[in-house]
Design a protein around this ligand. Structure first.
Ligand SMILES: [Zn+2]
Length: 255
């Protein structure tokens, strides 16, 4: 065994987080972090998630004793904290961050669901920001991660903190040709659709900007939040998400 093998190396999920952060640093973004125990304001209110929204329900959210704080359910809370902090320091947009971190959901675990997983969040706020910017940065991200031009598909969806909101897809790792999705295969990963869902994206909702006292008449932004394990599956060609959590060194050494 070589010296390096004895010392070990980065877990594939960590590699992906580092790579995405580096790609966005090169595009002028700052890496931001926030607390894993979050208050209701940053995790829900400021993200336009009303008090009666089902995601606040005990079934989805881990509440910390006392009922005021939660284990954050998404890295979007970091957007709010970052914007507040910048404005407090007297800075104005453009704000551009990439924010990796652990998130928590009070769900039963199975092949595709874990109670704790990693997300990576991106936020760009400025003047005249449009969906074209969102798609441009996404295209750049996937090209850097996978080393080749890869198709990006935005499907209309709903998330409280973005409007319009999109599900963001890239070609399934098994059903792709020249970076484009191929439909109709007998594939357990994408059920033959040719696409894999990476996470949500969209234009920052005016209420989120208002929550930090930014005027939505002047400022606009885009945001996206992806599951790190999905990105890693595509990057390393792994078709079972559990591979990353089994801690089997023989497997980990392949990446
Ligand atoms: Zn497929």
């Amino acid at each position: 065994m070589s010296e390096i093998e004895k010392k070990g190396h980065l877990h594939p999920l960590t590699q992906v987080i580092w790579e995405v952060c580096q790609a966005f640093r090169e595009m002028g973004f700052e890496v931001a972090e926030g607390p894993e125990v979050e208050d209701e304001f940053h995790n829900f209110d400021a993200l336009n998630i009303p008090a009666n929204h089902p995601s606040r329900d005990m079934q989805d959210t881990f509440w910390v004793k006392g009922g005021k704080n939660v284990l954050r359910t998404q890295t979007s809370a970091v957007q709010v904290r970052y914007m507040e902090e910048m404005l407090k320091q007297g800075k104005q947009p453009p704000f551009s961050i990439i924010a990796p971190g652990k998130v928590f959901r009070n769900e039963a675990t199975d092949a595709r669901h874990e109670a704790q997983f990693h997300q990576i969040e991106c936020l760009l706020v400025g003047q005249d920001i449009s969906v074209a910017h969102l798609k441009g940065y996404l295209t750049e991200l996937f090209a850097k991660l996978y080393g080749k031009e890869t198709e990006v598909r935005l499907r209309p969806s709903f998330f409280p903190f973005v409007e319009p909101a999109f599900e963001t897809d890239t070609p399934c790792l098994k059903c792709t040709k020249d970076g484009k999705a191929v439909k109709g295969n007998q594939c357990s990963l994408c059920s033959g659709s040719g696409w894999m869902e990476m996470g949500g994206s969209g234009m920052v909702h005016p209420n989120v900007l208002k929550a930090v006292n930014l005027d939505p008449e002047i400022w606009r932004g885009f945001a996206f939040g992806f599951g790190v394990d999905r990105l890693a599956m595509l990057k390393f060609g792994v078709d079972d998400i559990r591979t990353f959590y089994e801690g089997d060194l023989r497997l980990m050494k392949q990446f």
